[in-house]
Structures are given as structure tokens and as C-alpha cells.
Design a binder for this molecule. Structure first.
Ligand code: DLL
Length: 450
């Protein structure tokens, strides 16, 4: 029996309230996956010309899928496929059966568009409800939803799931931090849903307004949409006196609720494997499917989606698969260290913002507010970590902290960098997904940055 530290203010879901699939054994889940996978692969092949062409080009047919491991014979799907078929070319149902459309912001090219049938929306809200319940949210709770509403899947996805669980939803959306604080004070919610960096922003703004973030009505926070660390969990839990759990998802695969964390174990998100089949592949050699426990890139195949079935979607998220604990039939994923396309390669050393977060938060004088700037003043790339000091730190402590951070980054990450300690409140704040990396090399070279 594994034992976990007791949650601060939440309790585990009532076992009687779990979905039947949450109680299935590993064998039962895999049997269900195989049936659903065989159906999905055939469905996608017959209905989406891109899949027909990709399977034919790869010389595979839906009937080749006899066991789960046969999935490795099928071709991958990428964001580029969605862009090439923009806007609706990968939809598997006629438009009058598409009940909702979401899209990525498209700051780096054409947006990627995703669609849902009424059945898809129902399954999506069921999985968000399942994730929230796992994280300690109870029917009847007041849920303050500060994920952005609109084309982003966070706001409406979390909203529908909280309603399905039987909560009272406060559809606040992101931004307007003072208003958020006013509503948290007046409406006394039990739960907050937002990105981890936005919760930091809210906690900071509370302190500036003279409100102790530990004194609110909030019992738990269900946080996702960007990478965060155990150190950040600790920071938020201690500074706000609540349980902070992780929720994972991506629009191409569904939205929030592909995986959710159980509050009683707080040991990573359980992937809802009755609806998604995960694989881990070598990001540099995609012919290699890696075993459980091995780090690599996460790939998902949907098992029940109607409007946008997705086969072997390359997420670019780096993690590993771990055995289930609080839901033994479903595997967990380790925390996402970062995205393979967000990795900084600095003089041959690979680096992710989450590594800096982990190190910085162990140094008492430093706050969790930091950004990474990459420049090339001469012929070599240089990294500058700009990080705010904590309000109560002295200038001597800051000097020592800067040296300590530089040394720890050298030891644990392997790269040299410079550290600039900034005054509290001077670096950019998040109201959703926070941008941590500022790559100034193209601008320095006189090139236009996309
Ligand atoms: O961010 C969906 C979502 C909304 C998840 C609200 C959780 C809460 P996208 O905008 O398509 O969808 O971005 C998906 O965000 O591939 C990861 O890189 C990152 N991401 C999402 N959740 C987590 C998490 C939503 N819990 C991309 N930890 C994904 C780390 C996450 N990264």
C-alpha cells in the first residue's frame, strides 16, 4: 500500500461516485481500448481523406490493428496536418453535426481548428468533471473559473465540466485581476480554476491589496495549461492554504481533462485511458516507441471522438508514463518538463524554464516570477535569468541568492548564465499561459521575429 501526505483541505472522491471505468483493472481498460481503437482507426480512415491518404501511403489498413501494439504501424498526425487542412478538412462529420468549434490563437501561423459533436461535448464535460472530482472538487462547491473563455478550450471546457459535476460555476474568465479578487472575497468560492502562473498573479495582487491569500474561502485549485513544478505546487499551497492539483489537456486531443490529478496522492495526472491511448516516443527518432518509465514525447490517439478523431498526435510534450496509483487501471504521466519545441539549446546544453523554476524556488530570497532572455552579443549565445526578489529580502540576501542561483544552474543544468535580481512587481505577469522565454537573438541580428 502506498501512503501519501494528507491533503490540506480536501478529501478524496467518494469511491461510489467514480465512473465505472475509473474502477476498471488494467486488463479491462486495455480490452476496452482495443475495441475502441479498432473502431476509431476504421472510422478515421473511412471519413477523413487525410487519414485515408496517410494510411495508404504508409501501407497500413485499419484491419492491421489486431492488438494495441499494432498502433505503432500507423502514421503520426501533427499540428502541420491540421494547418494544411485548415479550417475543417480533418472533420469526420458533416458541418451540421458539429456543435462547437475551438481554435488555437495562431500567433505562429494559421490557427488550428478543432470541432466537437454534441456527443463529444458530453464526453468532454464528463472527463473534466472526473478530473475535478479527482482533484477534490465536490458537487455543490462554488467554482471560480478564471481560465480564458472564447476560442481557447480552457474556459468553456472547465465550465461545462464543473457544471456537470454539480457545482455552482462563476464564469470569470482570465484577466481583470482586481475584479477576480473582489469576486473571490464576495462570492466565497471553494475552488479556483486557472493557470498556475495566474494564481501566482492573483495571490500577489491580494497581498498588495492587503488581503492575506491564506484567509480566502478557497479550499482547492485545479491548475494546468502550462508546465509547473512540485516547487510551484508547494509555493501556492503554502501561500494560499489550499490543495493545488494538476489538470492536463490540449485542444487537438480534446481540451482540458485528458488527464487529471487525484488529491489523495498528488503524484501526477492519471490519463483517462478509456478515452485516450497514450504512447511515448523518442522525439528525435519517431520510429521508436519507448517503454513505460522512459522519458520522451507524448503521443495520443483518441478512442471515442466523433468530429475530430485523432490518430497518434504528436503533442511535443516531454514526459513519461507511470503506473496508476489512485486509479490503478489508468497510467499516470510524470510532470511535463517542457515542450520539445520550447527547449532552449544553449551552447549544446538543453534547458527548460521548469528547471529554472525548480531551482529558483528553493532559494528563499527569490520569488517565482522570472523570465529567460537569450541573446547573442558576440559569437556565443548567452542566457540571462531575470528574477524578482521577494518583498522581505535584503540586498545582501539578494546578492547571495543571485550567486547561488547561477551556481545551482551550472551544477544541475550544466549551463553558465547571468542572473539579474529585479524589484518585486517589475516583470511581466500572466493572466493565462505565461511566456517565460524571450529569444532576442533574431532581433539583435536585425531579423524580424515571427
Ligand atoms: O491548454 C488545455 C487546457 C486548458 C489544459 C486548461 C489544462 C487546463 P492548448 O491551448 O491546446 O490546450 O495547449 C496545450 O499546453 O500541449 C502542453 O504543452 C500545455 N499544457 C496543458 N496542460 C498542461 C499541464 C490547453 N497540466 C498545451 N502541464 C499542451 C504542463 C500543460 N503543460
Amino acid at each position: 500500500m502506498i501512503s501519501f501526505p494528507a491533503p490540506l483541505k480536501s478529501t478524496a472522491a467518494d469511491p461510489a461516485a467514480l465512473d465505472p471505468e475509473e474502477r476498471m483493472s488494467r486488463d479491462e481498460i486495455e480490452a476496452l481500448q482495443l475495441t475502441r481503437l479498432q473502431h476509431t482507426v476504421k472510422y478515421a480512415y473511412e471519413r477523413v481523406p487525410l487519414y485515408t491518404q496517410k494510411f495508404d501511403d504508409a501501407g497500413v489498413h485499419p484491419e492491421d490493428l489486431r492488438e494495441l501494439s499494432d498502433l505503432a504501424k500507423f502514421p503520426y498526425t501533427t499540428k502541420e496536418d491540421l494547418r494544411q487542412t485548415y479550417p475543417f478538412g480533418m472533420f469526420a462529420v458533416p458541418q451540421d453535426q458539429v456543435a462547437r468549434i475551438h481554435a488555437s490563437s495562431g500567433t505562429t501561423g494559421r490557427p488550428t481548428v478543432v470541432g466537437y459533436t454534441a456527443g463529444d461535448l458530453d464526453r468532454w464535460s464528463t472527463l473534466v468533471a472526473r478530473s475535478l472530482r479527482a482533484s477534490g472538487v465536490k458537487p455543490g462547491y462554488k467554482v471560480h473559473n478564471a481560465y480564458g473563455y472564447g476560442l481557447f478550450t480552457g474556459g468553456l471546457g472547465a465550465h461545462a465540466g464543473a457544471e456537470k459535476l454539480g457545482c455552482t460555476v462563476i464564469p470569470m474568465s482570465g484577466g481583470q485581476t482586481e475584479r477576480q479578487i473582489q469576486l473571490i472575497t464576495d462570492f466565497q468560492p471553494d475552488t479556483i480554476l486557472c493557470t498556475p502562473t495566474y494564481l501566482l498573479t492573483i495571490a500577489d495582487a491580494m497581498r498588495s491589496a492587503g488581503i492575506d491569500p491564506r484567509s480566502t474561502s478557497l479550499k482547492n485549485a485545479v491548475l494546468g495549461a502550462e508546465p509547473w513544478t512540485e516547487e510551484m505546487r508547494h509555493e501556492l499551497e503554502v501561500s494560499m492554504d489550499l490543495d493545488a492539483c494538476d489538470i492536463y489537456g490540449l485542444s487537438e486531443v480534446m481540451g482540458p481533462g485528458v488527464a487529471g490529478e487525484c488529491v489523495e496522492s498528488k503524484d501526477g495526472t492519471h490519463i483517462w485511458e478509456d478515452h485516450f491511448r497514450p504512447e511515448i516516443i523518442d522525439p528525435f527518432d519517431d520510429t521508436k516507441v519507448l517503454g513505460d518509465g522512459e522519458p520522451g514525447e507524448l503521443v495520443f490517439t483518441s478512442l471515442t471522438k466523433e468530429a475530430l478523431p485523432i490518430i497518434r498526435y504528436r503533442t511535443h510534450d516531454l514526459t513519461r508514463l507511470l503506473p496508476g496509483t489512485a486509479r490503478p487501471g489508468m497510467r499516470r504521466m510524470g510532470r511535463i518538463t517542457g515542450r520539445s519545441d520550447d527547449m532552449i539549446i544553449l551552447r549544446g546544453v538543453n534547458l527548460f524554464p521548469s528547471q529554472i523554476e525548480e531551482i529558483a524556488l528553493r532559494i528563499p530570497a527569490l520569488s517565482p516570477h522570472f523570465q529567460l532572455e537569450i541573446t547573442r552579443p558576440g559569437r556565443m549565445d548567452e542566457l540571462t535569468v531575470k528574477i524578482e526578489r521577494r518583498e522581505d529580502s535584503t540586498s545582501d540576501e539578494c546578492k547571495t541568492a543571485a550567486a547561488e542561483l547561477r551556481a545551482q544552474i551550472k551544477i544541475h543544468v550544466g549551463s553558465s548564465c547571468s542572473v539579474q535580481v529585479a524589484e518585486p512587481g517589475t516583470l511581466g505577469r500572466s493572466s493565462g499561459k505565461l511566456r517565460r522565454i524571450y529569444d532576442l537573438r533574431a532581433a539583435e541580428a536585425g531579423l524580424v521575429q515571427s
